[in-house]
Design a protein around this ligand. Structure first.
Ligand code: SF4
Length: 370
């Protein structure tokens, strides 16, 4: 039901959004998608009471009645204005608003602006190689911490940074807090040395299982160079992971169209095609069954490309986690974003149809398209 903004003491952003889709999805979902696409501006009267992380300025919000968290960036030009506990926007001829709660604290440590331990919906993300990756995708901000630290002359070597993060994760596991989450994602960047990367994944997997975590563990990484085109080798590696307690293998394709893949993803990962991902993930299905997935990033290429990739995965029973692209750091502001909020809403609805048709699992991430 449409909830109009009544409180005359509150301000709204000046920009007007024109929308044909808001009545189809309702205020709450429209605002969720809208703030992922545009970020939020903050009412001046409220901005002194908040303290966003300096390097990657972002917040988590719960929008409307939902307990789901959504990660948003700060954007002074956003038509979505946040004030204390309300998100509002001028949409078509009226002012709309939803209740929203802001979380100042993210799960993780304040020594990091992007912590190696983060909550993402019902799951916990361990991202110990977050501070560097050999692919350096233009849409990713994981290395930002490391790059900034390096420019300030306080960076650690790659190896000691990995050790520092793994130690941080082992200390966290001793607290038992991971048991509040039903899934742990081992969500790493990707090193060009596949053996080194596998060794680290297995080490963290063993740490999780030896600390008696009984929830599911999912892993996400780029297809390793040494096994991606070799089924026999792939199956051997997948089985090893399964024997160490891994429940799901995920490999984020992110972009579908070859031109955009090459533009945004450097090196080997950028050279892989949607077909390569399908073969690799179909091999993984021989070991993990339906517990195989991929991420598709919506917004950096025409939406029909993203939908085509999602369709290829859905048809093969590969679980996708489509996310909405957000420019979080300055260097990303020049990335061209395809589509307005209405187009993201339509893409989300098309994907919901696919979910029904192919019986795909829904994963409600903080950046989720659905
Ligand atoms: S491969 Fe993953 S971690 Fe590495 S830069 Fe790309 S998106 Fe980020």
């Amino acid at each position: 039901m449409k909830r109009l903004f009544k409180d005359s003491n509150n301000k709204v952003a000046e920009k007007i959004i024109s929308s044909k889709e808001i009545d189809i999805v309702g205020n709450e979902e429209y605002f969720r998608i809208g703030v992922l696409v545009n970020g939020i501006s903050i009412d001046n009267g409220f901005s002194n009471s908040i303290n966003p992380p300096a390097l990657i300025p972002r917040f988590e919000l719960c929008i409307g009645e939902s307990k789901r968290h959504t990660t948003v960036r700060l954007n002074s030009n956003s038509p979505f204005l946040f004030n204390k506990n309300t998100l509002s926007a001028k949409i078509n001829s009226s002012v709309h608003a939803v209740h929203a709660e802001m979380f100042n604290r993210l799960v993780g440590d304040k020594d990091y602006s992007f912590s190696p331990i983060r909550a993402n919906g019902d799951s916990l993300v361990f991202d110990w190689v977050h501070s560097f990756c050999d692919y350096f995708c233009k849409f990713c901000f994981k290395e930002y911490d490391w790059v900034i630290q390096k420019s300030l002359g306080i960076s650690h070597s790659k190896e000691s940074e990995i050790e520092r993060n793994i130690e941080y994760i082992s200390e966290y596991l001793l607290t038992g807090k991971q048991n509040d989450y039903s899934v742990i994602w081992l969500c790493t960047g990707s090193l060009s040395d596949p053996l080194m990367e596998r060794e680290q994944h297995l080490k963290v997997l063993d740490l999780i299982r030896s600390n008696k975590y009984s929830g599911r563990v999912f892993m996400s990484s780029a297809p390793p160079k040494d096994i991606v085109f070799n089924k026999e080798k792939s199956l051997k590696v997948f089985n090893e992971f399964k024997n160490h307690g891994l429940d799901r293998l995920n490999s984020g394709m992110e972009l579908v169209n070859t031109k955009f893949r090459k533009e945004y993803i450097k090196g080997f990962k950028g050279s892989l095609t949607c077909k390569d991902y399908c073969h690799f993930l179909e091999n993984a299905k021989c070991v993990f069954g339906n517990n195989v997935g991929s991420c598709v990033l919506v917004g950096l290429e025409p939406h029909n490309n993203s939908l085509e990739g999602l369709l290829q995965f859905s048809k093969r029973g590969i679980q996708s986690v489509p996310t909405i692209y957000t420019s979080f750091v300055k260097s990303q502001l020049n990335n061209k974003v395809f589509g307005d909020v209405d187009e993201f809403v339509r893409t989300s609805l098309s994907y919901k149809d696919m979910i029904k048709r192919y019986n795909i699992e829904i994963f409600k991430s903080v950046f989720g398209l659905v």
